[in-house]
Design a protein. Structure first.
Length: 127
């Protein structure tokens, strides 16, 4: 195999460290509205587009830290923002433009999941 040939394809699963799994499952399922798949001992799985999101405690001290920032695409950011606010999501900011590219603008708003992780919703809109 040549080094120019891609070996890695799509991301299939992302692990997010949580400290209180039952609380996190309720939050991700009931507040964020992610599609709940199943639980195994110490793990919970959600469908997020084509990616599985796995919630679990840290198995080793080196993994006991917040997750990378995940950016969730939404159809209309103001609608998603208001809906999630009504469900109790704690946002760090209001939706705002972070980038302009020709006739489009990228809007984002960041939120906390209550487990020490920071995520964002994002949406491209016409300028």
């Amino acid at each position: 195999m040549s080094s120019a040939e891609p070996v890695l394809q799509a991301i299939g699963q992302i692990a997010v460290r949580v400290k209180d799994l039952p609380r996190a499952v309720a939050y991700y399922r009931d507040v964020l509205g992610l599609s709940y798949l199943f639980e195994a001992p110490g793990l919970a799985f959600f469908q997020c587009g084509t990616v599985h999101l796995m919630l679990s405690g840290a198995e080793e001290p080196e993994f006991d830290h917040a997750a990378s920032v995940l950016y969730f695409d939404v159809a209309e950011i103001q609608v998603a923002y208001r809906s999630l606010l009504q469900r109790g999501v704690h946002f760090r900011d209001e939706p705002h433009v972070v980038h302009r590219a020709g006739p489009k603008e990228l809007w984002m708003s960041f939120f906390d999941d209550g487990e020490g992780n920071v995520f964002a919703i994002r949406c491209w809109r016409s300028a």
